[in-house]
Design a protein around this ligand. Sequence first.
Ligand code: SOE
Length: 385
Amino acid sequence: MPPAEPRSLSSLRAGVVGTGFVGVVHVHALRLLGVDVAGVVGSSPERAAAKGIAPVYDSLEELLADPSVDVVHLTTPNHLHHPQSKQVLEAGKHLVCEKPLAMTSEESAELVSVAESSGLVHCTNFNLRFFPLVHESRARIATGELGEIWNVHGGYLQDWLLYPTDWNWRLELEKGGALRAIGDIGSHWMDMAQFVSGQRIVEVCADLHTTIPVRRRPVGEVETFASADDVEREDAPMATEDLGHVLVRFDGGARGAFKVSQGAAGRKNFLHFEVDGSESALAWNAERHEELWLGRRDEPNELLQRNGALMQPSAAAHTFLPAGHAEGWVDTFRELYRSVYTAVAAGAPPEEPDYPTFLDGHRANVLGDAIAVSNAERRWVEVPT
Ligand code: SOE
């Protein structure tokens, strides 16, 4: 039989599980791409309906039984990623799962094996790689423009958990996992640093710290980035880190360091990196993501404003508005899904996926394990390959 014709993106249908802060963003980004959202599943049908964003399925089982749904997005709390991913893959649906992929690297390894043997498209939602100037950074480094890569450094700082009264499910060990700031935002930094530099992190030396050992937990649920004033509260001892510093070594010889904090006053979503090479350097940050700094020794530095006409083809392919007409954070989801849904439309994952797969999600879990051991034992730890 001749191979099936690729389908168009607009003929594909998605179901989104989780209707919190990021679930709503998945729905929005899919619509920007022209993908039909068949429906959503919330923590209860009433809660999902109250969001008013899409038709509501009563349960994940009901969504999986809908033969018109091609791809399922999991945006549920971390502890549900492993069991729900298995359920989705066993039902034969392509899968996009939020990070961290699983609570432990044993679980994420199992997911890689189930996903790989399924023949289905699988993606870990490292959307931040899809800022156009992040792709531009990777492309410039790959051409050798920076020379030998010596130093990859930066961090990810936020302030939404600055006060003891700030609360979210990520603070609960059994829902969020044993690593909090590292799992939630450090995983993005490490994914980005490796994506941009083209080198893998192979050794880590970490110092993690819980700056607020006891929080005041509201009796009831609070959505990510939401404020909860005037509610009844109780003491909640904290077992996960608010702050972390990590030294890293890369397989290509580069050295680096990053810090993460969810209590850095004034920093809303300050993901940043700088790469120093033997010829030149570059730097980018997510709060000024339309600009890429190019550092030179013997010529003036440059600030490249996002502009498809002046960018490398692999980066220009992920930017659409003319320069000066700002694109944003939601567009990174849309561009990630463009790559993922192109694979779905073709019917199977490509040889070399141009989007982060479950293998990338698993690598983040393995890096997290090494960071936890390093912190506990106060020493350098090799990352298993
Ligand atoms: C909260 O820290 C959060 O929403 C992360 O979970 C996302 O991955 C990051 O992109 C923005 O901040």
